[in-house]
Design a protein around this ligand. Sequence first.
Ligand SMILES: [Zn+2]
Length: 291
Amino acid sequence: MEGLSRQVCVILVVLIGGGLACAVRRPHAAPVPRPADAAIRCDNCEDWNLPRAPLNISANTYYVGTDGLSSLLITTPAGHILLDGGLPQSVAVIAANIEQLGFHVADVRVIASSHAHFDHAGGIAGLQQRSGARVVASARGAVALAAGQPTDDDPQARSGREPALRFAPVAHVDVVGDGEAIQLGDVSLVAHYTPGHTPGSTTWTWRSCEAGTCQDLVYADSLNAVSDDGFRFTGGAAAFQHSIEVVDHLPCDVMISVHPDFSRPFADPGACHAYATAAAAKLRQRLATEQ
Ligand SMILES: [Zn+2]
C-alpha cells in the first residue's frame, strides 16, 4: 500500500506539478505516537517487569510495582495517589496488584512521576486512561511526559529518543513546583526537585500515620550519573550535587527508590543518607573521568 501511494504521488507531481497531494499522501510524514499499551523491549525490561506480590510498606502506603520498577500506592479516604507507572507492559501488573490489595485502579485520583524515562513513565499514559487520574510532574518532567520522550538536555536524550524507547505521550500533565504539595484526602505529597539523572527528576515525600504514630516516607528518584556517550555532567555538577544533598537531608524513616532494593529493609532511617552517599561517590568518579 505504501509503495502504491508513492507511485500515485509521483504521477500527481509529474502531471499537475502540485506538491500538496503528495504531502498528504506520503506515508510516515509525522511520527505516529506509540499506543499506550505497546510493550517496550530493552535488555533489562523482561527482568524488571517480572511480577511481585504487593506489600504494605507503611500505614497508608503499598508497594504495587513490578520486581524491578517501583510503583507505590498511597491510599486516602478521597481516593489514591500512585507514584510512577513502570513500563507500558507494567500497567497490567500494577493494576492486578492494586486490585489484589482490595483497592481499585478507578479510585486512583493522582499519578505522580519521578522522572520521564521509559522504565518509570512508560505505563503512565495507560494508567491515566484506566483511572482518569490527574498526572503531576515537575516543570521539565511535564515537558518530557507530554512528548513521550526525554527533553533534549537529558543525559540520555539520544538513546531515549530512539523510536524503540519512546513511550506513549501523557495528556494534560499538571506542573508541581519545587517544594509544592499535592493534597488528596489526608495526604500531602510534596515535590522536591532533584535534577541530575534527568532535568525533571523529582523526589516525593509524605507522612504516613497510624494509631498516633507517623513516619516520614521518601520516594527517592534516581541520582545515578549515567548518560549517553559524549554527555558531560561537569556543566550541571553543582545542581546535581545539590539534589544529592536534598535527598541526604530529608526526614526519612522509610525510603523507596525508583528501582527497588528488596535486599534492604524499606524502613531504615539511614537509607536516604546511604543512597545520597553512594550517588555522590558515583558522581565524583564520573566527573573525574570528564576532566
Ligand atoms: Zn532513568
